[in-house]
Design a binder for this molecule. Structure first.
Ligand SMILES: [Zn+2]
Length: 173
């Protein structure tokens, strides 16, 4: 389905095709919480980067977080490019050069009516702030870090993958 999105002030608008538009994945990591998550988490979608069309590109700024390495000593730049509007601060999407075909819009930036997920995946709970309450529903899955199941695989398991206009299923690795 086509997703249309925008920042709050309207300087940036975009549209992108997504076969996996259910907003089921809640990320509680400190980067998502501080840059995109007033409720303590951000909701990431997955879409086809080749179809991304942007109006107001010049208003977009990119943030690359500094991450401590496993040993806790040196910090390295995250590969993930967090795109946001530099006029109003709205988080827009994340793009990672390790998966260049994908773009991950924040559900909060999407204006298209998104389908309600039948279950949720809560990730990076190891980084959750202590004041954040996890609203766990019956079928939800919880992870300290990342789940093995990708956003695409979640949609396939639940039979929710959206087909393209030819009726062919858009399968992406
Ligand atoms: Zn804006």
């Amino acid at each position: 389905m086509q997703l249309r999105g925008s920042c709050h002030c309207g300087a940036v608008r975009f549209r992108v095709e997504s076969a996996h538009p259910y907003p089921f994945m809640r990320c509680y990591c400190s980067i998502c919480r501080k840059t995109a998550g007033a409720g303590g988490f951000a909701i990431n979608l997955s879409a086809d980067c080749r179809t991304l069309r942007i109006a107001g590109k010049k208003h977009i700024a990119v943030y690359r977080a500094l991450m401590p390495d496993a040993a806790g000593g040196r910090r390295t730049r995250s590969a993930g490019r967090r795109h946001f509007c530099q006029r109003c601060g709205s988080p827009l999407w994340l793009w990672d050069p390790n998966w260049p075909d994908l773009v991950h819009p924040h559900a909060s930036a999407i204006d298209t009516k998104l389908p309600q997920p039948p279950e949720h995946t809560h990730i990076m709970l190891g980084s959750k702030a202590n004041w954040v309450e996890v609203h766990r529903q019956r079928r939800d899955q919880l992870f300290r870090q990342y789940p093995r199941e990708s956003i695409a695989q979640w949609h396939r398991r639940l039979g929710l993958e959206k087909s393209d206009e030819r009726g062919r299923t858009t399968l992406r690795k």
